[in-house]
Design a protein around this ligand. Structure first.
Ligand code: DGJ
Length: 328
């Protein structure tokens, strides 16, 4: 009797999960639970995407409720359509490598592929509980979704660095964007092997974090958020013809009273297709008290001629072949 009851319960649980898992194939629904191939909410907060071959890999902070409290985790998922995601691995499961103490953080991981060395290089913000260590951590791996090895931590260009963002230009050169209080945020070029932050390209005198960049139709667009902890604020953007600037004045990405629809920028993803090129705003809808349940706000941006605008979140679809994004 007990066996029959357990079996019935398992079947019911599977039946309940099925519609959740299958609906992910059709569209992107900002703010909703985004299930992976196992039916579990994707854990890639403050994340970034690396396209390798025909596959997109999404990396981010894994804040699963059942993670060990002493470790910090980065998860990796893969997809060919940016909508259905397969869990690959917890690529980082790290015990406090710099003796930072209780409450140490590993945030906003971003992965670059270095073609000359054939290594995947992961950068993350590493800090102590009160954010005074202000450094980056660097990891490497021989495979995209393997176990990443912790290499070192340092302050890029000798500067305090908290939120980081990644940018790879059309010519393959790779950059780290980092928030550098009290000066603003910096765009810096990585060394040839990507293991160091080598050269300052620009210091943008704006107190912004969650920095992200895209190069679209000959213009660079940078976005960032004000520094309000986990709470949303009106994210801003500026443009420049060269990464080194001069940068335009910062303007609102969405009506300021909407507070970026509750989200904070983490990446701008360019999808060049056969018909058009879409740029996707990737943002986090943080839930600070229940971080594992933080959601994602992805929307195709209205972009061009120096203007950038985040539309009101709605369900939408993307064709990665043609590059077309359609808001429903
Ligand atoms: C805002 C940052 O963007 C997040 O990554 C995180 O560091 C929080 N601040 C912590 O308050």
């Amino acid at each position: 009797m007990k066996f029959v009851f357990t079996l019935a319960w398992l079947l019911l649980a599977a039946a309940v999960q099925l519609p959740v898992a299958t609906r992910a194939a059709e569209s992107v629904r900002p703010g909703e639970i985004w299930p992976d191939n196992r039916g579990r909410h994707i854990q890639v907060h403050g994340g970034g995407i690396l396209k390798f071959g025909d596959t997109f890999y999404w990396f981010g902070e894994d804040r699963s409720q059942d993670n060990l409290r002493s470790l910090r985790y980065v998860a990796c998922y893969s997809s060919t359509n940016l909508t259905d995601w397969t869990f690959r691995n917890q690529v980082v499961k790290l015990a406090d490598p710099e003796n930072l103490g209780r409450g140490w953080v590993l945030e906003r991981p971003k992965v670059f592929y270095n073609a000359p060395t054939k290594k995947f290089v992961l950068y993350a913000h590493i800090d102590n509980g009160n954010y005074q260590f202000a450094s980056v951590a660097v990891f490497t791996c021989d495979t995209v979704d393997g176990d990443y090895r912790y290499l070192k931590s340092f302050r890029p260009l000798g500067q305090e660095s908290r939120d980081i963002g990644q940018f790879v230009d059309d010519d393959g050169s790779a950059y780290l964007i980092f928030e550098n209080r009290p000066y603003g945020f910096r765009i810096a070029k990585l060394s040839d092997d990507f293991l160091n932050v080598e050269k300052e390209i620009c210091l943008i005198h704006a107190p912004l974090e969650g920095g992200a960049l895209v190069h679209y139709n000959g213009l660079y667009y940078v976005i960032g958020s004000h520094m309000t902890g986990w709470h949303p604020n009106p994210n801003l953007y500026a443009t420049a013809k060269s990464l080194a600037g001069p940068w335009s004045k910062f303007k609102d990405l969405a009506p300021p009273e909407k507070n970026t629809y509750g989200s904070q920028s983490t990446m701008l993803l360019k999808i060049p297709g056969t018909k058009t090129t879409s740029v996707i705003f990737m943002g986090d809808l943080w839930r600070p008290e229940t971080q594992w349940d933080s959601r994602y706000l992805w929307m195709p941006l209205e972009i061009g001629d120096g203007k950038l605008s985040l539309p009101e979140p709605r369900e939408w679809t993307l064709d990665v072949t043609t590059g077309e994004a359609k808001i429903k």
